[in-house]
Write a protein that binds this ligand. Structure first.
Ligand code: ASP
Length: 339
């Protein structure tokens, strides 16, 4: 019995890898947090927002595609393929940290302004899960394909199977295996899931999400990122929201769907993100996950207002608009890592 309890505890801790704790530059520099809460900022059309520094090159590509007249879905796909293909981005696609068996397993989803959506989870050997998710949406009667079925579908659609475990990721995995304490590691080199929301020139909202998930997760673990309503949700009448961070906590609270529902009730993007982060905090403050819990949301509404808000310091996001091009913004947050 105690063996089983021990296993469950280790399993729970082990789902949280380097990437899922939202490690970022201000983690170590955070002092007593004085979160600033404004009502969100007004943007113009088109507008692109995505999570983390790797959102910047993704936004640039998405922007370029929008300007070339591509649909928002095609533009999102093109943008997200940039970090997916970049071996230096250790939490998305090729080069992403593997699970504890040394396997890179990928999750992604995409959703358009008609609420049509597609997703893949636990997909191995395909560099661009966002493209497979788009094909699930466009070429199947389903919303999500998983594991071997997702791989077979991808192959049937002409995707190429390849090894996604880079020498660097393998070396890190082997190093982790030497001790494998099943404990989360907070450091500054890793950035997380890319989630993106777009308002196109007609004011329609679409979004996408792609990730290799939590480093050193249990084999088979799927996080929030491919789950419509958890990692991503939008309603074109209201707005959209997307998450990064500890997927288990976002799933437990249907995070992104709840942010959108609060905006439907009249909250600004910032107020909505903040309320759901507060809810996640309240539900987890006595939970085993609290020690390393981080969640962050980005949100936009139909008025072009946007926001980012996280539980702990250090979350940032990329925005792109006509007036100022692409730049990073720091999210406001509830608390520092020391609290
Ligand atoms: N949300 C992702 C997951 O839990 C991880 C992340 O954003 O880093 O799989």
């Amino acid at each position: 019995m105690s063996d089983r309890r021990d296993f469950i505890k280790k399993a729970a801790l082990g789902t949280i890898g380097i990437s899922s704790v939202l490690s970022c530059t201000s983690v170590t520099s955070a002092t007593a947090a004085v979160p600033v809460v404004s009502s969100g900022k007004k943007g113009s059309k088109p507008f692109v927002i995505s999570t983390w520094n790797h959102g910047l090159p993704a936004n640039d590509e998405t922007w370029k595609q929008l300007k070339n007249g591509k649909s928002a879905i095609d533009a999102i796909e093109a943008g997200m393929r940039i970090p997916e293909a970049d071996p230096k981005v250790r939490s998305v696609g090729y080069g992403g940290f593997p699970d504890r068996e040394g396997k890179v397993t990928l999750d992604a989803c995409i959703m358009d302004h008609n609420s049509d959506c597609g997703a893949v989870s636990f997909l191995q050997g395909i560099k661009h899960p966002i493209s497979v998710a788009k094909n699930v949406m466009q070429n199947t009667p389903h919303v999500m394909l998983s594991g071997e079925g997702a791989l077979q579908f991808a192959l049937s659609e002409g995707f190429k199977e390849e090894n996604l475990l880079t020498a660097e990721a393998e070396a890190d995995w082997k190093k982790w295996m030497e001790e494998s304490k099943y404990k989360p590691v907070i450091n500054m080199e890793n950035h997380d899931t890319i989630s993106m929301l777009v308002i196109d020139k007609d004011g329609n909202i679409s979004g996408g999400c792609t990730t290799s998930g939590a480093a050193w997760k249990m084999h088979g673990r799927v996080g929030d990122s491919p789950i419509i309503g958890a990692g991503l949700f939008l309603d074109n009448e209201v707005g959209g929201a997307a998450s990064t961070g500890l997927g288990e906590a976002v799933i437990r609270t249907a995070g992104s769907a709840m942010v959108v529902e609060l905006m439907r009730q009249g909250k600004s993007p910032l107020e909505a993100c903040k309320e759901i982060v507060e809810r996640i905090y309240n539900k987890h403050k006595n939970h085993r996950d609290m020690e390393y819990l981080q969640v962050g949301f980005i949100a936009i509404n139909k008025n072009g207002e946007h926001a980012g808000y996280s539980l702990r310091s250090g979350f940032n996001y990329a925005i792109t608009d006509e007036a100022e091009g692409s730049r990073m913004e720091d999210a406001t947050f509830k608390m520092s890592w020391e609290e």
